[in-house]
Design a protein around this ligand. Structure first.
Ligand code: GLA
Length: 661
């Protein structure tokens, strides 16, 4: 029988991390067994970067070492998330198949010595990856320790080599059919770029001045399809021998080289890695942002946090430490939003190699350390939450996310470099998180009617189908906020003529944008209602909408900046500048009010996060996390699973998981 839930085999939520015993020896393995037991570890990810050991030379596999570790883990009550090691080809592979390593846009061919030095489109690589997945599955497909298959690691690497060029052409022929259509789609009439044979078409390699935007966008789409196909090949090779669930860990947001919606549909369980990029309350908000995205990718199904750091916050050129207590708070932040547990990279901090200074569950200092004590405390907390397995989260607001729109804002020649798609999504989510509202992400062509409020930041590219979907959503009673520079281009990156955004959306918003006017760097403008804008402004006309705030500067003076249109039984709002954080938060509060959406738990002090998980049989659990510096009295006292006691107040930094009726 097919088992697609990982928690069935764990008897509760998952707790553990990447485990690389090949970096250590017997005495350390013995200590690992003991420490894993103490920390309540029940799932270890094994083999992620073990290709060199598993296949020491082409076609010769060595599984003896892995057999022993799997037996040991199993005997110790630890289930295994078994990875295929295909993200890190060993030196022999690169030397035997020099055509299968990554080529950068400037033609530089990478060599081994790091990781991810493969080309996904190289036949030798794909064949080796498929064989490896099949060989592992044949050997371990029904191993009693096996709970989950972990294909590859963070698919992301782009390649511009000749294999990639050949595959790109095949993909382009399938998409466009004829060269004439491709020429039209890419606008090759400009700058004399017309193609007269398929062989002339290349990936967007290094060239002079701006690259062709249509070529860039299609290359992104092609690569995303290639990733999905490569995943499917390994998954199918595994499924031929195993009934355990299969996944690959997605790294959001940094890696935008995948179509997350399409790939997520292929996964038995969505798994993601999350490393915040700022400490403190910003890290907690980032946890929520990623967790809400992960849940949404799986259409609300339970998902799993595959990696987080015990003490890792990436801040540009340095790694900042997490605050004491963050390990538990971040873990609960993920579980609150639907994760079936929490795993870390990695179990034991490496003593050598490229990530020697990356945090781990057992730090260099050993178990007598704050970090291991917090890990143990967190493991105990997760062990108390077993009854939540399989429960889900629902959200009243959706933020729209379309990989096409992200890629469209990554091409050359845009009016400003300020149009940062990921940041725009993050700002929208943050304002809603600060307001205490749980958020889903949705594709603009998804069915949206269950959300009273939908927010659409930076939907620069909007397909006809999605524009019509949004029009219908408003007509049928939804409240929609569309933000600046949305609906400017169609699926081919062709500008919408006659005014932005795309016609059906214009109708729902009751406006027509005539001119975009990016602001100077550091320029601040004030609108007629006293709110302030940065970065972008637009000259627009109302066509039925009311003006809620007008511009007060330059040629735009008196022109609409923020509008609202009653359309059908809904409302379409349009915001044509980027408001400051405080003013944007106030606007979001107004929209929530108009849409009748309140916070998850009214009456909580600011900075207290509340999320509810629901079981199909009606049981509910409320997670509360106090990110503030003050104690937070709870609206009603209730039974806390973490302490097995009644709580009525949360201390600063405190957490509770309440069973509610
Ligand atoms: C990713 C990888 C891990 C490790 C961490 C470091 O998530 O999957 O192997 O490199 O980053 O943060």
């Amino acid at each position: 029988m097919t088992t697609r839930s990982i928690t069935d085999r764990l008897g509760g939520l998952a707790f553990g991390g990447d485990y690389n015993p090949e970096q250590w020896d017997e005495p350390v393995w013995k200590e690992d067994d003991d420490l894993m037991h103490r920390a309540r570890v029940n799932l270890a990810t094994v083999g992620v970067f073990s290709w060199a050991l598993l296949e020491p030379e082409e076609g010769r596999y060595d599984f003896a070492w892995l057999d022993a570790h799997l037996e040991r883990l199993h005997a110790n009550g630890v289930a295994v998330d078994l990875a295929t090691p295909t993200a890190s080809p060993p030196p022999w592979f690169t030397l035997a198949h020099p055509d299968a390593s990554t080529v950068r846009p400037d033609g530089t061919r990478l060599v081994h010595g790091s990781r991810d030095t493969y080309c996904l489109t190289a036949p030798a690589y794909r064949e080796a990856a498929r064989r490896m997945a099949g060989a592992l599955a044949e050997r371990y497909g029904d191993h009693p320790a096996l709970a989950l298959w972990h294909v590859h690691n963070e698919y992301a690497t782009l390649c511009y080599c000749d294999h990639s060029a050949a595959s790109f052409r095949v993909w382009l022929r399938a998409r466009h059919g004829t060269l004439d259509i491709l020429n039209e789609a890419w606008g090759t009439a400009f700058w004399s770029q017309r193609y007269t044979s398929w062989e002339q078409v290349l990936p967007p390699r290094a060239t002079n001045w701006h690259r062709n935007p249509g070529q860039e966008l299609d290359f992104r789409r092609f690569w995303a399809d290639e990733v999905t196909a490569a995943y499917r090949e390994q998954r199918d090779a595994i499924r031929a021998h195993s009934d355990r669930p299969v996944t690959t860990n997605l790294m959001l947001p940094a890696y935008q080289n995948i179509d997350v919606w399409a790939l997520a549909r292929e996964l038995d369980v969505v798994t993601v890695d999350q490393y915040p990029s700022a400490p403190g309350v910003d890290a907690a908000a980032d946890v929520a942002f990623h967790a809400d995205r992960a849940r949404s990718l799986g259409a609300g199904r339970p998902w799993l946090l595959m990696e987080q750091g015990t003490s890792t916050v990436y801040d540009g050129d340095r790694v900042l430490a997490k605050e004491p207590g963050d390990i538990l708070r971040h873990t609960l932040g993920h579980i609150a939003r639907g994760s079936e547990g929490a795993l870390f990279f990695q179990w034991r901090q490496s003593r050598a190699g490229a990530e020697t200074w990356h945090s781990a569950m057992v730090p260099h200092a050993g178990p007598d350390s704050r970090i291991f004590r917090e890990v143990t405390r967190t493991g105990e907390a997760v062990a108390r939450l077993g009854e939540l397995a399989g429960s889900t989260v629902s959200a009243p607001v959706a933020v729209l996310h379309d990989p096409d729109a992200w890629w469209a804002l990554g091409v050359d020649g845009l009016p400003t470099a300020d149009l940062d798609y990921h940041a725009a999504l993050g700002r929208a989510h943050r304002a809603l998180w600060d307001a205490g509202v749980t958020v889903d992400f949705a594709h603009p062509a998804h069915e949206l009617s269950r959300y009273p409020l939908v927010v659409a930041p930076a939907l620069f590219l909007l397909s006809d189908k999605a524009a019509e979907n949004l029009r219908r959503y408003v007509a049928d009673g939804g409240t929609l906020l569309v933000q600046h520079a949305s609906g400017y281009v169609d699926e081919r990156l062709h500008a919408r003529l006659g005014g932005y955004p795309a016609a059906p959306l214009r109708e729902a918003l009751g406006i027509r944008v005539e001119e975009y006017r990016p602001l100077r760097r550091d320029e601040r403008i004030t609108l007629s209602d006293g709110t302030r804008g940065t970065s972008w402004s637009e000259s627009l006309r109302t066509e039925g909408a009311e003006t809620l705030a007008a511009y007060t500067h330059g040629m735009l003076t008196g022109g609409p900046a923020l509008t609202r249109h009653r359309f059908g039984t809904g409302r379409g709002w349009y915001l044509s500048t980027r408001l400051t954080d405080a003013d944007y938060a106030a606007l979001v509060a107004r929209l929530l009010d108009e849409a009748g959406v309140g916070p998850e738990l009214p009456g909580l002090p600011p900075r207290v996060e509340a999320v509810t998980r629901h079981a199909p049989d009606g049981r509910r659990w409320r997670f509360l996390i106090n990110h503030g510096a003050e104690s937070a009295p709870l609206p009603a006292s209730a039974h806390d699973l973490l302490t097995d006691d009644t709580v009525s107040e949360l201390p600063p930094g405190g957490c509770a998981v309440l069973r509610i009726t």
